[in-house]
Design a protein around this ligand. Structure first.
Ligand code: HEC
Ligand code: HEC
Ligand code: HEC
Length: 276
């Protein structure tokens, strides 16, 4: 075996240097990949995918928001159209300070309450009851002293079971104070002197002064609106027949026995709604 060179081991330093080069190569590779995929300075080819994944993970919150928005969009349930807005001076005073979706606090019912503001003025639920005056609920239309209907939500199409489409887009059920044969509107609109005055000067008022004005607008208003049961029951405060609701629609509203509704809402914070 003489003459054959003895196999030499690499010196240890070679492994060390090799290792260092591997680290450098790996670092460069990682940097390049990052530059191409996620870096804001590169083409960011994977960023959309990352966002998608992040979004799907955030869904618990988004879901809630979307559900709420979806609800608000379908405010009138079966009737998905944008509502025509009244000119400012004809809107009720409440909208000077409150939005179209004034209910926020009670998560379980806020979408439902906000939905009702599409066919009620605020006072229909928030009017303060007093012994010395009788409140009567009638259709109110800012453009028409004696609206005749047909009104939205009062009848079903026999073939489809959907609510009948109507032309009247502005009528809402509103409270009136009754004095003998005359009915005095219980709502204030922004045309009223107090409202106009407030809009003119509100920027100059201190918070205390604003609070005082607020009280003037709230004179006939109770903090908690009527409960569901006050209307969704037999012989409730609304005279469904007089208001033009058909017999079968009335039964549904009195009992709220719409498919799926009961299971969905039976845990409402107002107990016994569906037990009658
Ligand atoms: C000048 C501004 C202003 C006007 C006009 C106004 N509000 Fe308010 N309202 C407020 C403020 C401020 C609050 C307290 C903050 C909140 O809860 O949003 C409030 C609170 C409320 C509350 C909750 C209970 C309470 O008293 O805190 C109800 C219900 C209410 N308003 C109904 C109405 C109705 C109905 C109208 C129309 C007749 C109306 N508001 C007009 C400013 C106003
Ligand atoms: C279908 C009946 C109904 C109608 C219509 C209605 N409300 Fe209410 N509102 C209620 C009830 C019930 C509550 C109490 C909810 C709770 O349990 O906190 C309430 C509470 C409120 C609150 C305080 C709590 C919150 O959710 O922030 C405000 C502010 C309010 N309503 C404003 C208005 C305004 C402004 C309008 C008209 C645009 C209006 N409401 C129309 C029934 C109604
Ligand atoms: C002041 C009376 C009143 C109060 C209070 C009221 N509702 Fe209603 N609700 C009505 C009327 C009237 C309609 C139908 C309006 C229309 O379609 O034109 C209605 C519609 C509904 C509908 C839709 C039914 C359908 O087929 O379109 C549901 C669900 C409902 N209400 C649930 C509730 C719940 C839950 C509450 C309490 C948080 C409540 N309502 C409070 C009078 C009331």
């Amino acid at each position: 075996m003489a003459g054959e060179p003895k196999r030499l081991e690499h010196p240890k330093s070679v492994y060390v240097i090799g290792f260092i080069f591997k680290i450098i190569t790996l670092s460069v590779l990682i940097a390049v990949v990052y530059q191409i995929t996620f870096s804001p300075h590169g083409p960011a080819v994977l960023v959309p995918i990352k966002e998608k994944i992040e979004e799907s993970q955030r869904s618990a919150i988004l879901e809630e928001v979307r559900k709420q928005e979806e609800y608000e969009k379908h405010r009138h349930f079966h009737h998905v159209v944008e509502y025509p807005q009244l000119p400012e001076n004809m809107r009720p005073v409440c909208y000077i300070c409150h939005s179209d979706y004034p209910h926020a606090k009670n998560k379980k019912v806020r979408a439902m309450l906000n939905m009702h503001t599409q066919f009620f003025v605020c006072e229909t639920c928030h009017i303060e009851e007093r012994k010395d005056r009788e409140v009567v609920y009638r259709w109110y239309n800012p453009y028409d002293e004696t609206p005749a209907g047909p009104f939205f939500g009062t009848s079903y199409e026999p073939e489809t079971g959907n609510l009948v489409e109507v032309e009247d887009q502005f009528s809402k059920i509103a409270p009136y104070f009754r004095a003998g044969e005359t009915y005095e509107s219980a709502i204030q609109i922004q045309d009223a002197p107090l409202a106009q005055d407030y809009v003119r000067v509100r920027d100059k008022l201190t918070p205390e002064q604003r609070d005082n004005v607020k009280k003037k607008f709230h004179v006939n208003i109770k903090a908690k609106g009527h409960e569901c049961k006050i209307c969704h029951t037999r012989n409730g405060i609304l005279d469904f027949k007089k208001l033009g609701f058909t017999a079968n629609r009335t039964i549904d509203l009195e009992q709220l026995n719409i498919k799926g509704m009961v299971t969905k809402y039976e845990q409402f914070y107002i107990p016994n709604l569906f037990s009658e």
